[in-house]
Design a protein around this ligand. Structure first.
Ligand code: ZN
Length: 219
């Protein structure tokens, strides 16, 4: 069931690894089927190069396994994905990585302020990428920790752990936001090294509002 969605989740997981956003077996990926509310999620402990679409697990909103190959279990961070969907009924996809520069700020438990224009794509409500409080991996505490910060931004840091990005349309959209998050974290890290004691200019709400040029009228 949900074969097309499973294939998209697998492609996104592989693309994230190719982009250097997650290494080894870290990171997990999911998409929610709007019609049924079921979630397609990457499995626990499988190498992404050997993973096939049939290894993607289907779970319901209560974390019950609806479909899985024998011997395959859902990611240990399934509860965190479900908490994200519960707290943001508008989203269709969740991407979780341990990408390096984002992790630097997650370790410091410091939000990344809006200093780069492309952060307009992250739906920031408070001018920064927030940090979710620490929750041990695989626990309900970690799941609970993502709910409040996801009201502020489509990309968040997880204290001493990693990053999470969500999208209202597709896993590709969530992956793009995870990539932006990593990129702006790296830029901010480098800017802070060069800035010394000088403040780094921040973008305001107006600067972060996406605007599209009006269609050019034919003469
Ligand atoms: Zn993790």
């Amino acid at each position: 069931m949900l074969e097309e969605l499973k294939a998209t989740v697998l492609e996104t997981a592989r693309a994230a690894e190719a982009m250097g956003l997650c290494r080894h077996k870290s990171g997990n990926f999911s998409a929610r089927d709007e019609a049924t509310g079921l979630v397609c999620l990457t499995p626990s402990g499988l190498d992404r190069q050997r993973m096939t679409a049939a290894d993607i697990v289907v779970i319901d909103p209560e974390a019950r396994v609806v479909e899985a190959k024998p011997g395959i279990r859902p990611s240990s961070e399934a509860l965190m994905h479900l908490a994200a969907y519960e707290s943001r009924p508008d989203i269709r996809a969740v991407v979780h990585t341990h990408s390096r520069f984002a992790l630097v700020f997650a370790v410091l438990r410091q939000p990344v302020p809006a200093v780069v224009a492309e952060m307009a794509h992250l739906n920031l409500k408070n001018g920064q990428i927030p940090v979710a409080p620490f929750g041990q991996q695989g626990t309900p505490a970690l799941a609970e920790s993502v709910k409040a910060p996801l009201q502020e931004s489509d990309a968040i840091l997880l204290a001493s752990h990693g990053a999470l990005a969500v999208d209202a349309v597709s896993p590709e959209g969530a992956l793009l936001k995870a990539a932006y998050l990593e990129e702006v974290s790296e830029i901010y890290y480098r800017a802070r090294l060069l800035a010394g004691d000088k403040p780094i200019p921040r973008l305001g709400t107006d600067d972060l509002t996406l605007r599209y040029p009006e269609a050019v009228q034919p003469a």
